[in-house]
Design a binder for this molecule. Structure first.
Ligand SMILES: Cc1cc2nc3c(=O)[nH]c(=O)nc-3n(C[C@H](O)[C@H](O)[C@H](O)COP(=O)(O)O)c2cc1C
Length: 316
């Protein structure tokens, strides 16, 4: 059996990427009910907000789900870990920071630890610290990104050679072909963000979903490169403003303020594209429809199996 599916107690090795401040129970429960692993993104939310979503998710699914904590983003890492323990949440994904200090307590409570890494070095460190799985995230991915710029296609086989724990590929995966490719590269599963935004159960604003559908293969922009805080987004008037400020020599502190999570909420959840930014990965160009999460996951799994069988004939 697939090691990721076995450890997490899920049917398909398909994980919802944490989406900070834009998570709700409906989407996380839909992913879990469809056989994947739903993931609540804690972002900068207060422990009370996170607890409300955990409780709501538990009411909507009896299947396992997880919580993502972006370590250098959340002011409440320890409080949220206590909530995860209290509510018996199956899995935690730790990103954007050093996971090592948090791993022993999580392990003590039998919680499966996914650690997000964009390099072999960080994956090895997370493995040594006791993480159960590595989410290998390439530069194609939506949102906060690594300045190292290694793409998923190059990263995953290198991670597969470097660590013994299972790998989940993230960044640029949106259909069964992406799933099949990730497995062929040495991953045991995939994590998706952008593709799940354009689903029936997504609570993102219709302007955000429309921007994804209208985008093409090179629509996404990188902001924050000049201050070494890289983020992949779709162009909005607000993003153009940030890019202009970067040309004029924006400081890291000014950039951090302009990209506070509240500006993602403004555009992504409230639909005010002039007042904020919307995270998106390069795979947005592939996305043409808004299926239910269940239909998406079923189709991906079936298409991946078909694709894996088909490609064999290309080498015979
Ligand atoms: C709206 C949005 C918010 C995100 N927020 C987070 C976050 O809080 N923590 C995190 O680890 N990753 C975050 N990500 C990245 C996803 O978890 C995921 O790894 C990434 O989207 C995968 O690449 P893809 O978009 O090409 O599927 C976010 C992605 C999106 C689309």
């Amino acid at each position: 059996m697939n090691e990721i599916a076995r450890q997490l107690g899920i049917r398909y090795p398909i994980i919802q990427g944490g989406m900070g401040n834009a998570s709700n129970a409906i989407l996380a429960a839909a992913v879990s009910n469809a056989g994947g692993l739903g993931m609540i993104g804690a972002g900068t939310m207060s422990p009370e907000e996170v607890e409300r979503i955990i409780v709501d998710t538990k009411q909507r699914t009896s299947c396992p789900f997880g919580v993502n904590i972006a370590i250098n983003v959340s002011p409440y890492v320890n409080e949220i870990i206590q909530l995860i323990i209290k509510h018996g949440v199956k899995a935690v994904s730790l990103s954007a920071g050093n996971p090592a200090p948090y791993i022993p307590l999580l392990k003590e409570h039998g919680i499966t630890i996914l650690s997000v890494a964009a390099s072999v070095l960080h994956a090895r460190k997370a493995e040594s610290a006791g993480a159960d799985m590595i989410v290998g995230e390439g530069y194609e991915a939506a949102g906060i990104n690594s300045h190292l710029e290694t793409t998923t296609f190059a990263l995953i086989p290198q991670l597969a050679d470097a660590v013994r724990i299972p790998i989940i590929a993230a960044g640029g995966i949106g259909d069964g072909r992406g799933l099949a490719a990730a497995l062929a590269l040495g991953a045991s599963g995939v994590q998706m963000g952008t593709r799940l935004i354009a689903t029936k159960e997504s609570m993102m604003h219709e302007h955000y979903i429309a921007s994804i559908i209208e985008s093409h293969d090179f629509s996404t922009k990188i902001i924050g490169k000049s201050v070494n805080q890289v983020r992949r987004v779709l162009p909005t008037p607000y993003v153009e403003h940030i890019l202009q400020l970067e040309k004029e020599g924006l400081t890291a502190e000014q950039y951090r303020k302009l990209t506070a999570e509240k500006y993602h909420v403004k555009a992504a959840v409230e639909g005010k594209l002039g007042e904020g930014f919307i995270n998106s990965g390069q795979i947005s160009g592939l996305i043409q429809d808004v299926p239910s999460v269940e239909a998406l996951i079923q189709t991906m799994a079936a298409d991946a199996i078909k694709k894996i069988n088909e490609v064999q004939s290309l080498l015979k």
